[in-house]
Design a protein around this ligand. Structure first.
Ligand code: AMP
Ligand code: MN
Ligand code: MN
Ligand code: MN
Length: 278
């Protein structure tokens, strides 16, 4: 099996490093096939591709699209897309628009109301030049000021459903995201399915709808899955005839998550998503 890592973030979304710096780490980890998949933004793709090719890695363009399905946020990777597709760029820009207003509500209203007064300005310090603001940027600031001891502590105390800094947000629909990806010649991949708090009925609904829309793949081996979840989603991939993907969901060397290119291989008997490009 080749060392493929098809899920990573740069400072273009909520990672900490420039795309070329992420490429360097991938190359040092002997990654052979790489994709940078920033949230809702393609602004890092040309730098990532150029750096990957300079390091002798194969590159596929990628994006991680935020979706709202059954009232919850689901992430979908688009892999092998044409990163210059004008319609995809335009659709992502439109759905990204709401992030700024949401961030102001989070920072200026909600977190302010619980006594954290500078959260919006504080979060902005961590945002890259493309301007995409995410909950992760707030989390970094709350750790910086000692309000919480870790990023995950911020999420569980402030930034998730039912917590004082949470703003419900409506992202793209499942239908739209699959269509945008397909129209840009990409493959649609349900990211880290193990992270969603769905009932088994809801999971069946999600995978059935995704398959019926022509969705091709799910992530099986990814940074937030346990070994038990590798097996669980390998079974789902076999049952639905989904291709299987592998990606760390790397956000930076100090971000306390999986490191790039270091995850175990896909379980036996799965068809890797990269069979489409090899
Ligand atoms: P947003 O797109 O602004 O809603 O932010 C979502 C991002 O927050 C995800 O892509 C993760 O990087 C990060 N995130 C979500 N939940 C957690 C968590 N429990 N711990 C650390 N990071 C998280
Ligand atoms: Mn993220
Ligand atoms: Mn995600
Ligand atoms: Mn991700």
């Amino acid at each position: 099996m080749i060392n493929a890592d098809l899920h990573c973030h740069s400072i273009v979304s909520d990672g900490t490093l420039a795309p070329a710096e992420v490429a360097k780490i991938a190359a040092e980890a002997s990654v052979e096939l790489w994709a940078l998949t920033d949230h809702d933004e393609l602004g890092g793709q040309s730098e990532a591709r150029a750096a990957a090719e300079a390091f002798g890695m194969r590159y596929v363009s990628g994006v991680e699209i935020s979706i709202t399905w059954a009232g919850r946020t689901v992430h979908m990777l688009g892999l092998g897309i044409n990163a210059d597709d004008p319609l995809l760029i335009q659709n992502l820009a439109a759905m990204r628009d709401g992030r700024s207003l949401r961030a102001k509500q989070m920072g200026l209203q909600l977190l302010n109301a619980v006594g954290i007064s500078d959260a919006y300005a504080g979060a902005l310090k961590y945002v890259g030049k493309h301007g995409l603001i995410s909950r992760t940027h707030f989390a970094r600031y709350l750790v910086e000021i000692g309000q919480c001891k870790s990023i995950s502590d911020v999420f569980s105390r402030y930034l998730t459903e039912g917590k004082p800094g949470y703003v419900a947000h409506c992202w793209a629909t499942l239908e739209d995201a699959v269509k945008w990806i397909h129209d840009a010649q990409g493959i649609a991949v349900v990211a880290h399915p193990g992270r969603y708090k769905f009932s088994s009925l809801e999971f069946s609904g999600l995978f059935d709808s995704f398959r019926d829309l022509g969705g091709e793949a799910i992530e099986v081996v990814t940074g937030s899955h346990t070994p038990e979840q590798y097996r669980e989603y390998a079974d789902i991939a076999r049952r639905y005839n989904f291709l299987a993907s592998r990606g760390s969901d790397f956000h930076g060397p100090t971000q306390g998550r999986a490191q790039l290119g270091k995850l175990p291989p896909l379980p036996e008997g799965l068809i890797p998503v990269w069979s489409r490009w090899y």
